[in-house]
Design a protein around this ligand. Structure first.
Ligand code: AN0
Ligand code: CP
Length: 316
C-alpha cells in the first residue's frame, strides 16, 4: 500500500484488521520500524481523535510527528490552477505540497468539504494535488468524501465484538443543527458493503448517499423496521447529497433513545464522535451499557498504526 485514501488502496482488508487487532495486544512490537521517519499531519479543520490517535500510532512505531494546523498557522492556500494570485491567498498548494514533501516521509491530510458545490467537493481536488505534488505516501485524515481511518477502526471494533455469526449492522441518520459532510457514512457504507455483515441503511427520504458508496446495502426508510434485530447500530448525521449540503430534516424522532434500542437485538451503539448529546444521540444511550463509542475511539490508534506499518514496510 502506498496511499491510504479509501478501501480501494487496501490489498487485503481482513489482514489489515487482523494486524490492527494484533497491534492492540502488542503496540511496541515494531517500535523501531519508523525510526528517523517523519509523519506530517496537516489539518485544515478541527480534530481531537484523529490528531492524537495518529500521533500516538506513529510514536508506537518510533516515528517523529509534525502537526501543522495550516488553516490557522500557514499562509492562505490557493488550491485552484490557473489563478492569478492577486487576492488574499499567498501560497499555491503546488509549492506548499512540494515543500512539505521535503520535510516529511508520509503526510496525512484533513480537509472537509465546503458543502457548496458537489462536483467540486467530490473531485477531491486537494487530496489529489497532495498525492501529485508531495512525492510522499498520503493518508486521509478525513477528506471531502471519505474517512477511511475511522472506517477501519469501526470495522475492527465490529470484528472484536461480533457474535459468532454474521452480524446485522444498521447505519442510521440522526438529527443535527449543522450541515455535516457525507464522508463518515460514505466510508462506513463502503467498508461495510465489502465485509461479512448484513448491512442496512436508514434515513429520511432525501438523505440518500451516493450509490458509489452504498451499492449492495439495503435502504429502509422506516427507522423502527431497520433497527429490528440489529447487532450494531451506527449513529451519524449527514447533510443531503442530492440536495447538496442541505439540511432537509431536524425530526427529533430520528434520535436514538433507549426505547428505540429496544427494537434491536440488544445492539451495541456506535458513533465516530464528536457527538451532540440529546440532539444526535440520547444521553441515556451514550451513558448506557450498549454504547461502545469509547472503544471505537481507542481503536483509532491501532487502525492508524496498522496503516502506518503497512506504508512503512512497503515504501521505505
Ligand atoms: C465531522 C463530520 O461529520 O464529518 C467529523 C467527524 C469525524 N463532524 C463534525 O463536523 C461535527
Ligand atoms: N472521529 C474523528 O475523526 O474525530 P476527530 O474529528 O476529533 O478527529
Amino acid at each position: 500500500m502506498r496511499n491510504f485514501t479509501s478501501i480501494q488502496d487496501v490489498d487485503d482488508v481482513n489482514i489489515l484488521v487482523s494486524e490492527a487487532i494484533e497491534l492492540k495486544k502488542n503496540p511496541f512490537l515494531f517500535e523501531n520500524l519508523g525510526k528517523r521517519k517523519t509523519l506530517g499531519l496537516i489539518f485544515l479543520n478541527p480534530s481531537l481523535r484523529t490528531r492524537i490517535s495518529t500521533q500516538k500510532a506513529a510514536n508506537n512505531l518510533g516515528m517523529n510527528t509534525m502537526v501543522m494546523n495550516l488553516d490557522k498557522e500557514g499562509w492562505a492556500l490557493e488550491t485552484e490552477d490557473g489563478v492569478v494570485m492577486n487576492g488574499h491567498k499567498a501560497e499555491h498548494i503546488k509549492e506548499a505540497a512540494a515543500v512539505l514533501g521535503q520535510y516529511c516521509d508520509i503526510i496525512g491530510i484533513r480537509s472537509f468539504p465546503k458543502l457548496e458545490n458537489r462536483e467540486e467537493d467530490y473531485s477531491e481536488n486537494i487530496l489529489k494535488k497532495l498525492i501529485s505534488y508531495t512525492g510522499t505516501p498520503i493518508i486521509s485524515l478525513e477528506t471531502a468524501t471519505r474517512h477511511p481511518l475511522q472506517s477501519l477502526a469501526d470495522l475492527m471494533t465490529i470484528k472484536e465484538l461480533s457474535p459468532n455469526r454474521r452480524p446485522k449492522v444498521v447505519l442510521t441518520w440522526a438529527p443535527h443543527i449543522k450541515a455535516l459532510p457525507q464522508a463518515v457514512p460514505n466510508s462506513f457504507a463502503e467498508w461495510m458493503s465489502d465485509s461479512n455483515v448484513d448491512f442496512v441503511i436508514t434515513h429520511p427520504e432525501g438523505y440518500e448517499l451516493s450509490d458509489e458508496f452504498t451499492k449492495g446495502a439495503e435502504i429502509i426508510y422506516e427507522q423502527d423496521v431497520a433497527l429490528q434485530d440489529a447487532d450494531f447500530v451506527y449513529v451519524k448525521n449527514w447533510s443531503s447529497y442530492n440536495n447538496y449540503g442541505k439540511i432537509l430534516s431536524t425530526d427529533k424522532n430520528w434520535m436514538l433513545t433507549n426505547k428505540k434500542l429496544y427494537y434491536t437485538g440488544n445492539a451495541r451503539v456506535m458513533h465516530c464522535l464528536p457527538v451532540r448529546r440529546d440532539v444526535e444521540l440520547a444521553s441515556e444511550v451514550l451513558d448506557g451499557q450498549n454504547s461502545i463509542v469509547i472503544n471505537q475511539a481507542n481503536n483509532r490508534v491501532y487502525a492508524a498504526q496498522a496503516v502506518l506499518k503497512n506504508i512503512l514496510e512497503n515504501n521505505f
